[in-house]
Design a protein around this ligand. Structure first.
Ligand code: LLP
Length: 432
């Protein structure tokens, strides 16, 4: 009935998430409110892990891409599920370290890492660093030499694949700021350089072709391209690359009409391609990493708002204004991303209207969505926007000096705060 499996309706006719009444959550914690369903996160982690076990004989690790949504509690849950982690900045890495995440399972990313970030990653002994460019390789070599260590590294490669998704979230094509290009020979030269270097251990290659991808073919193609490159390195340089990271990007259902391929199917197909390509090329099957972000956190989350003004502009549109907006939900203004919305206290009613849900920021483009089917909403109603668990909290801002909402986890009918709502003093805490 609703877009995410963990949503339902209780005897009061209120929307529930993970069995918890969303209207009560709004009353207890205030709005706007991010709500994450712990069991949904855990279930998604288990699906990734069991698919690797089933289709790739357990020779791989799913690393949660923490850019999608992270905080101490999220790291603890993901760690408890035995996942690895993809951290893309010192802030994400610090969060994971403070949460007690097993650092050996962390891959450290970033297309322009600072020396401070590289030094921190080396000091905390992350599992591996995914090197993006030559200048970074040279800086890391120097840092590793100074510290007398030899970190494991991977190279981020642009496999030259054009995934069918929004331009802003495509990354595998040659015209991308991420990684070494294959076509130009840049990647091969960098591999030669790394092999010669005493202070780093090139243990793998990485690619990530984009995000919110529904087809399997681009992933299969990326796998083939990367394995061919691994074979070329073996044949021409006599060097064995042991790890292959195929990135994240698995599409999720934001609207009922979306039909993403189940992750199990992805893993089955990609494993077949990896196995058959390896035997064709005469190379050892690599240890596989994948980096799902959105597919773990998005369906687990919703955002709750309270309706303020209702403005009907005859023949034009109806605006339903809520107490948040682009500061906590930036994906519409950035990508025109579509979401399902539900009036949480009228969840059994028909959606009889098409409305524009507007935020409270001083910006006309500050919308949660346009032309959204919705139950008749009035001031004081609670609106739930669904599948918002990825890239909303993590991309939120204090625009207009709005306070960032709290994050609450629900688990089998219980709820707890994971991130406190910002206070007015938080807003000025760094001002002098
Ligand atoms: N690995 C790498 C190297 C990545 O760059 C990303 C996402 C992921 C994994 C995880 O991708 P996912 O499984 O979450 O699709 N802000 C945009 C999405 C940006 C994605 C950036 N990289 C959005 O809100 O749609």
């Amino acid at each position: 009935m609703f877009v995410s499996e963990n949503l339902g309706v209780n005897e009061k006719g209120n929307l529930t998430i993970g069995g918890t009444d969303t209207v009560e959550l709004a009353g207890q914690y205030g709005t706007p409110l991010y709500v994450m369903d712990e069991q949904a996160v855990r279930k998604a982690c288990r699906r990734f892990k069991s698919s690797i076990d089933k289709y790739y004989d357990g020779k791989g690790l799913a690393c949660y891409a923490s850019k999608a949504f992270t905080c101490l509690e999220m790291c603890r849950i993901v760690a408890d599920e035995g996942m690895g982690l993809d951290a893309v900045s010192i802030g994400e890495l610090y969060t994971a370290v403070k949460a007690g995440f097993d650092v050996t399972k962390i891959g450290f990313h970033g297309n322009n890492k600072t020396d401070e970030e590289l030094e921190y990653a080396v000091d905390v002994k992350v599992g591996h660093i995914i090197v993006d460019n030559i200048s970074e390789l040279l800086r890391l070599e120097r840092i590793a030499e100074e510290k007398g260590v030899r970190p494991d590294i991977m190279f981020r490669i642009k496999p030259g694949i054009d995934a069918h998704t929004h331009d802003f979230i495509k990354t595998g094509q040659i015209d991308s700021k991420f990684g070494f290009a294959l076509e130009t020979g840049e990647a091969f030269e960098a591999v030669k350089r790394a092999i010669e270097c005493k202070n780093v251990n090139l243990m793998g290659l990485h690619c990530h072709i984009g995000s919110q991808i529904f087809d399997i073919e681009p992933f299969e193609e990326a796998g083939r391209v990367m394995l061919k490159f691994i074979a070329k390195i073996k044949n021409e340089l006599g060097y064995e690359i042991k790890g292959l990271n195929l990135g994240g990007g698995f599409g999720i259902k934001y609207l009922n009409e979306h039909d993403p391929v189940p992750f199990e199917t992805y893993m089955e197909k990609v494993s077949e391609v990896v196995k058959s390509t390896c035997s064709e090329l005469g190379i050892t099957q690599p240890y596989i990493f994948i980096e799902p972000g959105r597919s773990i956190s998005a369906p687990a989350g919703i955002t709750l708002y309270t309706v303020g003004a209702r403005k009907e502009i005859p023949e034009i549109r109806t605006y339903i204004s809520v107490d948040g907006g682009m500061a906590d939900s930036p994906r519409y203004i950035l990508y025109k991303s579509e979401y399902e919305a539900i009036v949480a206290n009228k969840a059994t009613e028909e959606r009889t209207e098409r409305v524009t849900i507007a935020g409270k920021c001083c910006e006309s483009g500050d919308l949660i969505g346009e032309n959204m089917p919705l139950q008749h909403a009035e001031s004081g109603d609670i609106i739930a926007v669904c599948a918002t668990g990825a890239y909303n909290y993590s991309m939120s801002s204090n625009y207009n000096r709005l306070q960032k909402p709290a994050v609450v986890f629900v688990n089998n009918g219980e709820s707890r705060i994971a991130v406190k709502r910002e206070t007015l003093d938080d807003i000025i805490r760094n001002d002098i």
